[in-house]
Write a protein that binds this ligand. Structure first.
Ligand SMILES: Cc1ncc(COP(=O)(O)O)c(C=O)c1O
Length: 453
């Protein structure tokens, strides 16, 4: 987890305490967890005990470690942020940690008006639809049908978003210590979902050139589940080529996240993954293609698996609100997930963001994705977590690269969404460049990581 702590300016104990502090701030060292003894950490890092001791003392002085006699130090957070940081995450801060577009107002209003007209149909029943309303299950099935993938409505279970769908599948299909094949990098909440059920992520690199079929096949042989985002992958924006989809024959159950499918910016939408792998369990959502506030997603799978998922679900929730389901059915039936105006807006925002990077952070490399809502930017130095901790002081929040991976990887990367208007994106990148300059001058930040989506 300490990754490249030995690189960078300043004395070793300071670099070590800085890196440990960032691990606390971004939640990778959870509150209350115990740190290794000074001696053990010094041995593991091949450094001196004096260095580790000095680093621990700095963390205690700044409120990040609690110590008791004859007990190991435990992780805590300072009671109050230092005064200079108190007002710095004000409303004027530009939020680049959320990769989600604002609502299409008029379209949503109209869909909810229609949904309210339809609502009385449901009043005679109890309103707990275990698999979702018939209207929405049919609308989702038709969405697959339009993509040339025949899908009966009883192969659909409606959830409260794709994240909920993934959590339900993880709880249904995984046991503690199971291995789960994941893209690396991947969607951060997916990693969290798998570790929460005490499964072990098995990372397979998604390189700038894309997915490696041989590595996926090899990893799948020891995994109990695979979770892939082939359509405009979060965070890289890559789209898995048809040839790779055709060649993949994974030996374990495979969950395919199609949250970004309808956001093709330079060409046709990708074919449904399940066309090539009929056993694939697909999850989807309207959060990126329409609006996250609808909180509607789904699972496409066999009725027998959906029955198991539904049994799992009873332990935490009993269904999805009816009005939102009716409105989403209207939106899907009107094909509102692929609005030309919304896609055009994303294209111009993507271009504005890349232009701003060229102007203000010319050393940063950010390939142009063919779809989705994010760029995966690479800095020449491993500064990502430190940049995320200081960026709010300069009026911008970002999601640091290591949140998208395991083992402290991706310290050179940050994810940059292009879901804000061009002027704000340009302003945000100017501020990020200022934050980077402050870091280079030796400044440090103490901000906790912003929530991501
Ligand atoms: C790849 C991916 N899967 C799932 C989700 C969660 O989507 P939802 O808002 O539908 O829960 C997101 C949201 O950022 C995502 O990017």
């Amino acid at each position: 987890m300490l990754g490249t702590w030995q690189e960078g300016p300043g004395p070793a104990h300071q670099r070590l305490s800085d890196r440990l502090r960032l691990l606390v701030l971004d939640g990778r060292l959870s509150l209350g967890s115990t740190l290794p003894s000074e001696r053990d950490l010094a041995t593991a890092l091949s450094t001196s005990r004096t260095t580790v001791g000095a680093a621990y003392r700095t963390l205690v002085d700044h409120g990040y470690l609690a110590t008791r006699a004859r007990a190991r130090a435990t992780v805590r957070l300072p009671d109050d942020p230092p005064p200079e940081h108190r007002s710095s995450t004000s409303s004027a801060t530009i939020d680049l940690s959320f990769a989600a577009p604002p609502a299409p107002v008029e379209i949503l209003h109209a869909a909810f008006a229609t949904a309210l007209e339809q609502l009385p149909r449901h009043f005679e029943r109890h309103g707990y639809d275990r698999y979702g309303t018939a209207e929405l299950r049919e609308a989702v099935a038709d969405w697959y049908q339009r993509r040339a993938l025949p899908t009966p409505p009883d192969h659909i279970l409606i959830t409260n978003g794709a994240q909920h769908a993934l959590a339900l599948l993880a709880r249904t299909l995984l046991s503690p210590r199971d291995r789960v094949l994941i893209d690396h990098p991947t969607y951060p909440h997916a990693i969290r979902t798998f570790t929460e059920v005490r499964a072990r992520p098995l990372a397979v690199a998604v390189a700038p050139s894309g997915w490696d079929t041989a590595q996926l096949h090899a990893a799948a042989r020891t995994a109990s589940l695979a979770y892939l985002i082939p359509d405009f992958h979060n965070p890289t924006g890559l789209c898995m080529p048809t040839s790779v989809r055709q060649a993949l024959r994974l030996a374990c159950p495979t969950v395919i996240d199609e949250t970004m499918t309808d956001l093709a910016l330079d060409g046709a939408s990708p074919e449904p993954f399940a066309l090539h792998m009929p056993t694939a369990i697909s999850i989807g959502s309207v959060s990126k293609s329409i609006w996250g506030g609808l909180r509607i997603g789904w699972i496409r799978a066999t009725p027998s698996l959906l029955e198991r998922v539904q049994q799992t679900r009873l332990a935490t929730d009993l269904g999805t609100p009816v009005v939102e389901q009716l409105a989403t059915a209207v939106l899907l039936n009107e094909h509102q997930t692929k609005r030309p105006s919304a896609l055009q807006q994303l294209r111009s925002q993507r271009d504005a963001l890349r232009q701003a990077l060229t102007e203000h952070l010319p050393d940063v490399h950010a390939p142009r994705p063919a779809g989705g809502v994010t760029l995966w930017a690479t800095f020449p130095e491993p500064i990502s977590s430190r940049l995320a901790a200081i960026a709010p002081d300069h009026g911008v929040t970002i999601a640091a690269g290591p949140r998208f991976g395991i083992g402290g990887a991706f310290e050179r990367n940050i994810r940059l969404p292009y879901t804000l208007p061009p002027r704000q994106l340009s302003q945000a990148i100017r501020r990020l460049a200022q934050a980077e300059q402050a870091l280079a001058r030796g400044a440090t930040g103490t901000h906790r990581p912003a929530p991501v989506a």
